[in-house]
Write a protein that binds this ligand. Structure first.
Ligand SMILES: Nc1ncnc2c1ncn2[C@@H]1O[C@H](COP(=O)(O)OP(=O)(O)OP(=O)(O)O)[C@@H](O)[C@H]1O
Ligand SMILES: [Mg+2]
Length: 294
């Protein structure tokens, strides 16, 4: 391995630890002078248009791995800089790499596979029998599902201005690369809502953003499906939802209303514990109405 990177698995800290400051030695003439590899943009599936202008689509762009941001239950998230050497055309990407079945928890897979109805039976068998091909496929389906979900919510956010998710830059197999939410200069990720110590004013503002976002989602008849103070980041005062592979179509899914209620409950509890008297029941009722389920 050319790049031996330290693994950072420190749950208390979301700060990036830069694992390597000096570029690796380049013996291979096919590698760029700087960075770790040429940008993988060309061979990838791309996010929705109109593309933000910071997305680097140029052939001359190179990718540099800056280290691991976070290990999760199902994926590891890395920070990658994609830039054109010698220019200020820089983008910072979070690369979420889903693990295969040997290295991740499967708690979401059963229900998901049920809902998906994979037609080709060889693939279905591989997944239910958890062969290595099947495991790779499940991981690939999760990354593809999250890529789609981010694209969809990003567009809903663009139209409404009330929902914020990282822009999905590209997908290749089990790796999803999206907009890095944090400080692009220092590589410090934004805090998750769970870690934010908010003054009463800010708390009320964050709750308003949360209810606005949930309202827009309800009217689009989707639920996050795993919403929590851990799957929400706060960047420059703005609420950003992450971790979306399981978004729920609340009309098609027979448990749609349950998912809406659970999402509300999970976040409302956090706000209430911090002293904001929020009414989860009332919000749930309103969202069910907005989704057309009442
Ligand atoms: N776009 C992003 N920008 C910055 N940091 C991110 C981004 N996406 C994810 N992270 C960081 O990585 C963590 C894990 O991401 P995510 O929740 O999507 O994965 P996960 O495997 O479901 O993790 P977990 O099991 O902890 O929920 C997040 O809590 C956040 O700290
Ligand atoms: Mg998560």
């Amino acid at each position: 391995m050319r790049n031996k990177r330290r693994k950072f698995d420190d749950d208390d800290s979301d700060f990036l630890k830069i694992s390597r400051l000096t570029p690796a030695l380049k013996e291979d003439p096919d590698l760029p002078e700087e960075g770790d590899r040429w940008s993988t943009w060309d061979g990838a599936l791309h996010g929705p248009e109109p593309r933000p202008d910071w997305v680097r689509t140029e052939h001359a762009a190179v990718d540099t791995e800056l280290g691991m941001l976070k290990t999760g239950k199902e994926a590891d998230v890395f920070l990658v800089r994609r830039a054109i050497p010698g220019t200020d055309r820089i983008s910072m990407l979070a690369a979420k790499r889903y693990r295969d079945g040997d290295h991740r928890l499967f708690h979401r897979d059963a229900g998901y596979l049920e809902g998906r109805r994979v037609r080709r039976s060889r693939e279905m068998r591989a997944m239910t029998n958890r062969t290595s091909f099947g495991k790779e496929m499940i991981a690939g389906q999760w990354s593809a599902a999250e890529f789609d979900a981010l694209g969809r919510l990003w567009q809903i956010g663009r139209e409404s201005g009330l929902v914020h998710v990282p822009y999905p830059v590209q997908l290749i197999g089990t790796e999803l690369m999206m907009e890095f939410i944090g400080d692009w200069e220092t590589g410090e990720a934004a805090p998750r809502l769970a870690q934010v110590r908010a003054e009463p004013d800010q708390l009320a503002d964050l709750w308003r953003q949360m209810t606005d976002a949930l309202s827009v989602l309800a009217r689009a008849q989707v639920a996050h499906g795993d919403l929590s103070p851990y799957n929400t980041m706060v960047h420059q005062g703005r609420l950003v939802m992450i971790d979306l592979p399981q978004i729920i179509d609340v009309v098609a899914n027979p448990r749609g209303a349950e998912f809406i209620a659970r999402d509300v409950h999970n976040v409302a509890g956090w706000f209430r514990q911090r002293g904001l008297p929020v009414d989860a029941e009332e919000l749930t009722d309103r969202l069910l109405y907005e989704a057309g389920l009442r």
